[in-house]
Ligand binder design. Sequence first.
Ligand SMILES: C[S@@+](CC[C@H](N)C(=O)[O-])C[C@H]1O[C@@H](n2cnc3c(N)ncnc32)[C@H](O)[C@@H]1O
Length: 398
Amino acid sequence: MQKVASLPLPSADALDASAALSTCIGDAIDAAGGWIGFDRYMALALYAPRLGYYSGGAAKFGRDVRDGSDFITAPELTPFFARTLARQFAPLMGMDLPRVMEFGAGTGRLAADLLLALDDEGALPDTYQIVELSGELRQRQQETLAARAPHLADRVQWLDELPVRFEGVIVGNEVLDAMPVRLFARHGGRWHERGVAHRIVGSAGPHAFTFEDRTLPDAAVPEAVRAMPGDHDVVTETHAEAEGFARAVGAMLARGAAFFIDYGFPAAEYYHPQRAGGTLMCHYRHHSHTDPFLYPGLQDITAHVNFSGIAHAAVDAGLAVAGFASQARFLMNAGITELLMELDPSDAGAFLPQANAVQKLLSEAEMGELFKVIAFTHDLDAALPLAGFARGDRSHAL
Ligand SMILES: C[S@@+](CC[C@H](N)C(=O)[O-])C[C@H]1O[C@@H](n2cnc3c(N)ncnc32)[C@H](O)[C@@H]1O
């Protein structure tokens, strides 16, 4: 386990939990004969019961290192993110689709603020269903809803499994990037799968995890990876789990629309020969780095989304792509600026923090361009305009 000098050390309890998780991952590696794919490592590091990053007690979401958090997401930054989504969702609620299903609801901020904003728009859903893998986050979501929207909290249900059929609006912010990825490395002109091995330092640990590459027959290398031009050294990822998830959403969505917001690119940009280092990224106390073996279970591990792969999987499952745009474009088309202007700019104490947060969502140098919104529909009037994609739709690039 490496340490990053200058970053706050985890508490003794957190280090104990990380050591327990490392033992559990080490056991999985031994049981598999000394090597596991990176996707398995990532799944355990993030979601192992009670010990994984999302299933355990890490603070995760927050503003800065002082609150022990690791990163901040759009719904945590400002309620104007949820309010703008509500503007997009309200007409759909009115089409006899008064249900929302949110995947990976984090602290519950988006759920609470969306319900409040939909209520303001006169478009309150009958039910707001949450699908969340982490019991710890489910608890936090209940607390947030009770504190921020107590009069609406009884509309919220947590699902343990997906229904066979759903009619309504589906939303997921930064969920696809949290799904395990496989890693592939080309060196010496040959493709390998990059997995994880370990050795135990000292008699009883700690575990030292290392990358270990295994050569693959060409036929076992996914097509998108094999097609990367050139023979220079490259590391990249594939997203079978996120694509399987998109297929499951496609199979379930009988009528309605699904919106996913995340950082990433279409395949041509994702597998561009110049993106030779891949997109694997870790977040610990608002510090981004590329070592997935730092404090297992105490830091986030993510990869950017290949939106073409998500689109193809969803279309295979029967959905239509309704639009694909940068987050900035989508939010501006859907009216974020008009909403912000409803605040009184002369009330600097109320206006400025929100204006700054909205600027962060929109700025090209921050979240505006790297983050994208993709939406799918099924069995909706083909003429239904989704305002968020009115200008700057890049579906053609998928
Ligand atoms: C980066 S957090 C984003 C949380 C929240 N949406 C936000 O924007 O603040 C990723 C979330 O996705 C959840 N998650 C990952 N895979 C999931 C899946 N297959 N189904 C439901 N939730 C999932 C995690 O448990 C976590 O709540």
